[in-house]
Design a protein around this ligand. Structure first.
Ligand code: ZN
Length: 319
């Protein structure tokens, strides 16, 4: 009995004095190299942008195929369903569509939540054109690839904040999937800290390699926080402000419905890609090596932000 007591006390003491170190603390950007490989970036991108995915449109069944790929990626990489079968379903033009939502680790409703997302859908097939399939490699197989690789990386660690991963449906039809999910999360009182969205990261930003810009740059301290972890990664793009890109991707639904900092990272700057919403938006047009660097850097930054429990501050004067 006494021996059991001693062992118990010893175990308790060891628990106090020898806490499990989170390896994120000592992790360097270089060490992510193997965990977010170029070959996997290529493989996911080419899979999602293949002709067999039919431009990832709901009505022609292409979106469901892409969603099946995402679902099995989640299942085999320890990303658990946040909703049954990962699906947050909505109706669009009489057809059922669905966002896919996964979670990393357990979900504790008392803790703050970080949401990462990208839209999975694209604009389908136009039978009037020669090359009729709109593969949407940059828009947004690229962003989806980033979110999948980052979530696999994050799922290999323990976190003290909730991390949710969303691949949105029906972005191209007016952010419909994101609005549906934002409304649902609002009603369910999900305590979102901030949301980071990925869009079109397949080409090199004109200002330099391994860089992105953020939409709504001056609306929060998100860019400052990210650049304090990796200097110069996040740029200000004047055109993003001029064309109000802040309101043109899924981040906006979360900003509007939940009043949280929600912003998009992108490298499409209007000078570096000629195939926006064209059938020629195919994987061989992209700089996949640079894209892989962006994914790695973003993964590293997000890991540090979540580990440090950074709070992103929204600046209401820019509302
Ligand atoms: Zn897009």
């Amino acid at each position: 009995m006494r021996l059991i007591l001693i062992v118990f006390v010893l175990a308790l003491l060891m628990g106090c004095f020898n806490p499990v170190q989170n390896p994120i603390e000592s992790l360097s950007l270089e060490e992510i190299h193997d965990q977010i490989s170029l070959s996997e970036t290529k493989q996911i991108l080419y899979t999602l942008a293949a002709d067999s995915m039919k431009g990832r449109d709901t009505k022609n069944g292409g979106f469901a195929k892409a969603a099946d790929f995402v679902t099995s990626y989640f299942e085999s990489n320890n990303i658990r369903p946040f909703y049954p079968n990962y699906r947050d379903s909505l109706q669009i033009d009489g057809v059922i569509s669905y966002n896919l939502v996964g979670q990393i680790g357990d979900f504790d409703p008392t803790k703050k939540t970080v949401l990462l997302g990208a839209h999975l859908d694209h604009i389908g097939i136009n039978p009037q054109k020669g090359d009729s399939i709109y593969n949407g490699a940059n828009d947004n197989a690229a962003g989806t690839t980033a979110v999948l690789q980052i979530s696999r990386f994050l799922a290999s660690y323990d976190w003290d904040q909730n991390i949710l991963i969303a691949l949105f449906a029906e972005e191209e039809k007016g952010l419909k999937g994101a609005y549906h999910l934002a409304e649902r999360m609002k009603n369910d009182h999900i305590n979102l800290n901030y949301m980071v969205n990925f869009e079109m990261i397949g080409t090199v930003l004109t200002s330099g390699t391994n860089q992105v810009y953020i939409t709504g740059f001056e609306r929060s301290n998100m860019a400052d926080v990210m650049n304090s972890i990796v200097p110069n990664f996040v740029q200000f793009l004047p055109e993003a402000k001029e064309f109000n890109l802040f309101k043109r991707s899924d981040n906006y639904a979360f900003y509007e419905k939940m009043n949280i900092p929600a912003q998009t990272l992108s490298s499409f700057d209007f000078k570096n890609f000629d195939y926006y919403h064209q059938a020629g938006d195919e994987p061989h047009q992209l700089d996949i090596e640079n894209m892989n660097q962006i994914v790695r850097t973003a993964a590293f930054i997000l890991a540090k932000m979540i580990h440090q429990k950074d709070t992103i501050e929204g600046y209401p004067e820019f509302e």
